[in-house]
Write a protein that binds this ligand. Structure first.
Ligand SMILES: Nc1ncnc2c1ncn2[C@@H]1O[C@H](COP(=O)(O)OP(=O)(O)OP(=O)(O)O)[C@@H](O)[C@H]1O
Ligand SMILES: Nc1nc2c(c(=O)[nH]1)N=C(CO)CN2
Ligand SMILES: [Mg+2]
Length: 207
């Protein structure tokens, strides 16, 4: 994603939520340093995995398991959005890629990572403690930010874990992108989650 294209959307998100760009930037610097310690994965791995392939993006809506019955998971490169990892792992499915800001079931994500999942870990102003605690426990990590990319920190576009999966699949030239476990009208969510889902829906309108 060209950051100049993403930046106006990012500025609108910052304003809507009252997030601080400086906090996001400092969190990204922290993640960059943590990855220098533990080893950053190469984005070529994502290119090789995704380019020309059919991708299944798994969101964490309650209907995820119902949606999964309609697809043959073996036909896809599977990208799990954060909390979607646990129900997949419980069904014996190891996602090829996990996109996370580490506020889901991180223990399940560590298990999946040990079985081969590539981690795409997102730094933002409200997850620095999670980064410090968990990043050293993962291998094969690619770091992302919603602010400007630099050095070993990327910005493929997107905001919530779920829509960032789709931006990532698009960035690496997926042949097709199929969504399961997305429900933007889920009423059983907090007001904050409802607001984030509205942004996810809006951002996915571009695809
Ligand atoms: N009804 C839904 N409830 C929860 N997540 C949903 C829903 N529909 C789609 N999603 C997508 O699934 C992703 C993963 O969901 P999860 O429950 O892990 O949320 P989360 O980690 O709190 O999300 P985020 O960190 O992006 O706020 C979300 O980022 C969202 O894009
Ligand atoms: N600063 C900040 N940025 C975010 C946050 C958040 O809570 N705070 N949540 C996200 C995933 O929904 C993505 N980006
Ligand atoms: Mg999350």
């Amino acid at each position: 994603m060209d950051f100049k294209k993403w930046e106006p959307i990012y500025e609108a998100i910052l304003e809507d939520f009252g997030f601080s760009r400086e906090d996001d930037e400092n969190s990204a610097i922290l993640l960059s340093n943590l990855l220098i310690g533990s080893g950053t994965a190469d984005t070529n791995t994502l290119e090789e995995l995704i380019s020309g392939k059919d991708v299944l993006v798994c969101g964490n809506a309650p209907k995820l398991l119902i949606d999964l019955k309609e697809v043959n998971v073996e036909d896809y490169v599977i990208i799990a959005a954060d909390g979607a990892t646990a129900p997949l792992v419980d069904k014996g499915i190891v996602p090829h890629v996990i996109v996370t800001d580490l506020d889901g079931d991180v223990e399940k994500e560590i298990q999946a990572n040990q079985k081969g999942s590539i981690m795409v870990i997102h730094a933002h102003g409200d997850n620095t403690e999670k980064l410090l605690r968990y990043v050293p426990q993962f291998r094969n990590v690619i770091g992302t930010t919603q602010a400007a990319p630099f050095a070993n920190i990327h910005n493929f576009g997107g905001f919530t874990d779920g829509d960032r999966c789709v931006f990532l699949a698009s960035e690496f030239n997926a042949e097709s992108i199929t969504l399961v476990g997305f429900d933007f009208y889920d009423k059983d969510v907090t007001p904050m989650k409802e607001k984030k889902l509205k942004w996810a829906q809006r951002l996915l309108g571009a695809f």
